[in-house]
Design a protein around this ligand. Sequence first.
Ligand code: HOZ
Length: 426
Amino acid sequence: MTKSRQLFEEAVKVIPGGVNSPVRAFGSVGGTPRFIRRAEGAYLYDEDDNAYLDFVGSWGPMILGHSHADVLKSVQEACQQGLSFGAATAAEVDMAKLVCEMVPSVEMVRMVNSGTEAVMSAIRVARGFTGRDKIVKFAGCYHGHSDGLLVQAGSGVMTSGVPDSLGVPMGCTKDTLTARYNDLDSVRAHFARCGEEIAAVIAEPVAANMGVVPPAPGFLQGLRELCDAYGAVLIFDEVITGFRLGTDGAQGFYGVMPDITTFGKIIGGGMPVGAYGGKRCIMELVSPLGDVYQAGTLSGNPVAMAAGIAQLTILKEHPEYYKSLNGMGDWFYGQIAGRLEKAGLPWQMNHVGSLGCLYFTSQEVRDYEGAKTSDTEVFAAYCNYMLREGIYLAPSQFEAMFLSLAHTEELLKEVLERITIFLQKI
Ligand code: HOZ
């Protein structure tokens, strides 16, 4: 029996499903989750000493690759000074300045501990600012697991086939309106019916929790215009796209500025971090400056700040890295699309920069309904085949594939060869 199997059998006795986050259980693809011992560059190493070329990258933050020397050094130095103080530190000021400099729409920022917390807090401040209760979210967009947002959420909720969650009182979701991604008319309809009651529209500017769905031309701009017309707050959830598509995230990539942006693990370089920030006039409402309450002992934790500052500083100083990363994505995903065409397979290769998703459907994937048409059994076969070949993909059809700067052309060419063989077999 492998060590991963042994650990999983022990884990299921003491951890629900044997994992601390559902998708990791490999439930939708079958097989045993790999228990990872360490990671370096583009590779993960499991407890059985198997090496895997990693396309998850801790679900996004490992833009520089795993265990980057500067990030590790910065973390080690911070650890020497103490792990947590529950008091203000210089590193938090440095982090806030970095985020505000890199993302022009962010004039003030508050650190939290996860993307879930960031979004929950952003919605609260949007409601406080507008004095309204309703929010509009998009089917298939995932914004963490807070009560009000587990409505047609993508990601793990979609993977397990559970539409929503038990334990969420009706009262918590009654103000959550759902619209269709890439369909401005569905948003217009909500505004036409109750525009004066809508506090915010929240969107992933590139939907990356129902696979990867790029915004259609004009979609993000249309959201901006609707929010302006009705005095609602536009929130971009950049937990996945922030600092991945460019120093200024998807908002810079597409040239549409939100009022509030939420960030997640990416700004902690892999440590547990989140943040929300935006226009000064909105953020000034956050406690203790204003009356929107939000707090946390570990918020702005010095070790997490050290990791995040190290990674963000490198990215800020090297904007050309994004040219390579996005260019590599265009080439790699383009190659997959070309091989599909050559094999006469009508499947869809969606991508934006280094984020990609292969859907096993002949239908164009523009929204949640389209994503759901993908044949998840073929995905499971693909995912397991790749794993056997030493390539670690997210064990879910409805997650993204992430490239990092450690993924060289040579490594990706090998992956393309494996994909070609899979396409021939299928
Ligand atoms: N569904 C999560 C990412 N979108 C998975 C996170 C995890 O398992 O770490």
